[in-house]
Design a binder for this molecule. Structure first.
Ligand SMILES: [Zn+2]
Ligand SMILES: [Zn+2]
Length: 370
């Protein structure tokens, strides 16, 4: 069984022609490189641009076309992350919670092949520099955290799964257009003990019923394809520039971990529909015009729906501190960083104590010098 898995996984790997070692994707390039002798190979350019896939057939039946294939996946028993590791297994740990993964647990699963990948733009070394810089600036962080965050063992380059959806949107709406007007409102007030009459201006809205149609193209609605809450990526690091998407090639995954979508295409499609509804609402309001708008009813229709499965790069540092798991994230293209962090109550306590001592000291000094 173990051999079978080894073979299935290693089929996809490329080895160095000089020394037989593993070739890994070299961030920021279109090359794979041997980590021992530095031999470099170019990643074959794609024959054609990546296509959007028609949504309908995929929603009906998954995995029946040449766009999907079997891939070996390891599921974390602790947090549920489903990951594919495109490298020779040395030690296997879940990228999110650092739980050891067992090779024998790998199972072949259907995978809608990514249409496109956004390759990493900088290497792990650079990610450590960014982490180190950030950790240095963290106030009251436990020393253990600072050390853990800088441990290369805890940091992995991870390709995150996303669905993106395109569609032609058409909607009929009914609503009201509001126009502002102003009225003088009399009121009384006390001035020097006397009651006087004054007027002030107040804004009112005149509403008139309206209806209409809107239409347009909704491009690249991005839906993160991880179901697990702790895996949700902080908004702050989601500033990928999708113009740099490249046609998918497994070579870009070499040396990195790839997470498989746990949010199904169907569920992703549902979320994208909700986003489309929000867009239809915004467009309707713009169409209604006036000073303010009410939307009563929207009948929305999406057509020519297509989707892509894409992989986006992030470095993730995962570590446990006092039985809690913490993750830091760096955008693997832009270098944006974000993460939850614990506070060291010992350090905060020490500072508070120091301030009290300082105040008492100053008071004492005041007393004795006056
Ligand atoms: Zn080599
Ligand atoms: Zn896990």
């Amino acid at each position: 069984m173990e051999n079978e898995i080894q073979n299935a996984v290693s089929e996809r790997k490329k080895s160095c022609v000089n020394c037989g070692a593993e070739l890994r994707y070299k961030p920021g390039t279109a090359q794979i490189q041997c980590e021992y002798c530095n031999h470099i190979e170019a990643i074959e350019p794609a024959q054609h641009d990546f296509k959007e896939l028609e949504l309908g057939p995929y929603l009906e039946k998954m995995g029946t076309t040449h766009h999907s294939e079997k891939v070996m996946m390891l599921q974390c028993k602790n947090c549920g992350a489903n990951q594919h590791i495109e490298e020779h297994y040395k030690s296997l740990h879940c990228v999110y919670c650092a739980t050891p993964l067992i090779l024998e647990d790998a199972i072949a699963e259907d995978w809608i092949l990514p249409g496109a990948v956004l390759p990493f733009q900088f290497d792990q070394k650079k990610s450590h520099q960014i982490f180190a810089q950030w950790v240095k600036g963290l106030w009251f962080a436990p020393n253990k955290l600072k050390k853990a965050a800088l441990d290369p063992q805890h940091t992995k380059g991870l390709y995150l799964p996303y669905w993106t959806f395109d569609a032609q949107l058409y909607a009929e709406y009914t609503g009201e257009r509001g126009t502002y007007y102003y009225v003088q409102v009399p009121y009384t007030t006390q001035v020097n003990g006397k009651t006087v009459r004054r007027t002030r201006q107040e804004r009112r809205t005149r509403w008139s019923h309206t209806s209409g149609t809107i239409s347009g193209f909704v491009n690249d609605t991005l839906i993160q394809a991880s179901k697990q809450k702790p895996h949700s990526i902080p908004r702050k690091i989601t500033n990928w520039n999708l113009n740099a998407l490249t046609t998918f090639n497994t070579s870009y995954l070499a040396g990195f971990v790839t997470e498989k979508y746990t949010l199904s295409l169907k569920e992703g499609h549902l979320s994208s529909k909700q986003e489309a509804e929000a867009i239809a609402r915004r467009w309707s309001k713009r169409d209604i015009g006036g000073d303010t708008q009410r939307v009563h009813n929207i009948m929305m229709r999406l057509s020519e729906e297509t989707f892509k499965h894409i992989l986006l790069p992030a470095y993730i540092s995962s570590y446990a501190y006092q039985d809690k798991k913490y993750n830091f994230f760096i955008n693997g293209q832009t270098g944006s960083i974000s993460g939850k962090r614990p506070y060291s109550y010992w350090k905060i306590g020490a500072l508070v104590l120091f301030i009290i001592v300082l105040i008492v000291g100053i008071m004492y000094w005041h007393e004795t010098s006056s």
